[in-house]
Design a binder for this molecule. Structure first.
Ligand SMILES: Nc1ncnc2c1ncn2[C@@H]1O[C@H](COP(=O)(O)OP(=O)(O)OP(=O)(O)O)[C@@H](O)[C@H]1O
Length: 233
């Protein structure tokens, strides 16, 4: 349902992604693995329309979306949770969540108290009136995920949700990701450096090195032995 075909993209004159092809089938969770600086975040930004494609094409529901804006993509159901979370620190948790509604196609203006995001992350209900900047890193990550979920996206692009986060929250996030796939049939692309996390949730995986896809395979092939050399294990 979302596909990169022979993409070259980067910053200014310098290409970061080189001849990258990747498919995220409907209802599947695809993991993109690789070390620091190999181009994983650049790939997500390119999918989201934040970086221009130099060559190749991005197809969403079988249509070329190369020239569509990030706003168009989010309104059409592509949700993006960036690395670093980009929480508004001076706004409250509630206000941060309200901002997520902007990406909805309907005119929904409020998040009902029984919304699924509060089941996933009860702490966000308890902390509704706290400023985003007062939350811990793990709580901010939960807020960033919830803010995307209130828009009810079909596809979720998630950039290293476990980076620098305490283990109990990593477990909560893992449970939510599994539920999003199993119960809500979301389509997901998860960027990760953690082999343990990726191997728990992935249906299919790609490994990136220096802007190229160097390995791909089914979940069964995602083993420590195969990943040694590509990841720090
Ligand atoms: N805004 C930018 N302008 C110029 N070059 C950039 C910019 N952002 C990233 N790069 C470069 O692009 C390359 C890929 O970076 P990217 O952030 O996509 O890697 P990554 O695999 O996501 O790594 P990390 O896990 O550290 O985020 C790096 O060489 C990086 O220095």
């Amino acid at each position: 349902m979302l596909e990169l075909n022979r993409i070259e993209a980067g910053y200014g004159e310098s290409a970061v992604l080189r001849d990258v092809s990747l498919t995220i089938p409907k209802g599947k969770l695809v993991c993109l693995l690789g070390r620091n600086g190999v181009g994983k975040s650049t790939l997500l930004k390119t999918l989201m329309g934040l970086i221009k494609v130099n060559h190749g094409h991005i197809d969403y529901q079988s249509h070329n979306i190369n020239d569509k804006s990030p706003t168009w993509r989010s309104r059409k159901g592509i949700g993006y949770i960036p690395q670093g979370r980009e929480i508004f620190s001076t706004l409250t948790v509630h206000e941060n969540l309200q901002l997520g509604l902007e990406a909805r196609q309907d005119q929904k203006k409020n998040i009902e108290p029984g919304h699924q995001v509060y089941d996933y992350f009860p702490i966000l209900k308890d902390m509704q009136n706290r400023k985003g900047g007062d939350l811990s890193g793990g709580q901010q990550q939960q807020l960033a995920i919830a803010r995307t979920l209130v828009a009810d996206p079909d596809v979720i692009l998630l950039d290293e949700p476990t980076e620098g986060i305490q283990p109990n929250i990593v477990q909560d996030i893992q449970d939510v990701i599994k539920d999003l796939k199993q119960t809500n049939e979301k389509t997901m692309l998860l960027v990760e450096q953690s082999f343990d996390f990726a191997s728990e949730v992935a249906d299919y995986f790609y490994v990136m090195d220096r802007g190229r896809i160097v390995y791909e395979g089914e979940r069964e092939e995602l083993t420590e032995e195969n990943m040694r050399g590509y990841l720090s294990i």
